[in-house]
Design a protein around this ligand. Sequence first.
Ligand SMILES: Nc1nc2c(ncn2[C@@H]2O[C@H](COP(=O)(O)OP(=O)(O)O)[C@@H](O)[C@H]2O)c(=O)[nH]1
Ligand SMILES: [Mg+2]
Length: 326
Amino acid sequence: MPANLTPQYLEAERRFKSARTTEEKLESLVEMQATLPKHKGTEKMQADIRRRMAKLRNEQSRRPASRAGLIYRVDKEGAGQLALVGPPNSGKSALVRAVTHATPEVADYPFTTRQPQPGMMSFEDIQFQLVDLPPVHPEFHESWIYQIIRNADAVLLVVALDDPDLLEDLETTLGELDKAKVHLGHGTMPGVVGWLQKPTLLVGTKRDLGGAEDDLEILRELYGQRFDILALSAETGEGLELLSRAVFDLLDLVRVYTKAPSHKIEKTAPYVLRRGSHLLDLAALVHHDFLTQLKYARVWGHGKFEGQMVNRDYILGDKDVIELHR
Ligand SMILES: Nc1nc2c(ncn2[C@@H]2O[C@H](COP(=O)(O)OP(=O)(O)O)[C@@H](O)[C@H]2O)c(=O)[nH]1
Ligand SMILES: [Mg+2]
């Protein structure tokens, strides 16, 4: 080893050896290159550094958008959080742009989306949070993507109806999720320990393009049991108006309004609960005192006569108006 190596070089070399990510290794190599004395005795070392850098850069370019070590999470807002999952270029970002105020970048090349991009979609008087994500793809392993999917309430599985490799791309996507122990839609999960099942709406985009109807037919035939399926176009707007209702149904929710005794009915912001929730679940949301002291309630709603008395195991209906009594 040449005797005249500087402390800076040795420090950079030490960091290179302990570096864990491609980025850290590259940074250390750049520094090693800069601090290595350049003379005949270090020629071999210079060549070695260049070779290692080329190899790492090559690795990096085959792993697009990788920024190892970065972790993203998205705090939930609204009545439900939906992760947009799908192959590259399927139209996830265009869909989020079309139905929310968010403006994720849309482009005709893959891997444009590199960070989660939340946006709110309205359904009547409630909102859902859509989270645009990078594609699910074998070459793009960022664990945070799968953490967001696992944490979401449901999934929009987005495929492009003009994709010539539609079925293959869809299976690849489902395969990647299998690796992350996430099962989308109905049907039995391959395993039990650590597996999660996510309510999933299969969204076929680019319905405006050629061949879409045939592909849609095939999707219905092959995946109709496993997913609810919706076809739309972010370009022409066709079918977009059906999305928020489909998400509401997917999440299986009810909206309940409360009113105080002797006040008139005012349908302001509803409480949102899972379908099948009982009156007592609502009481717990409204106030702890109601949870412990609830005697009965009156309900104005579908299939009830106005102000009908119900007890704590009454199953709430969508758009019920409830007056709690203790
Ligand atoms: N014709 C048509 N093109 C679309 C539609 N949705 C997206 N695109 C185009 O498909 C490409 C990929 O869209 P993008 O939303 O970036 O896909 P992502 O990678 O899944 O986020 C872009 O060129 C979009 O303009 C659609 O409904 N119809
Ligand atoms: Mg995108």
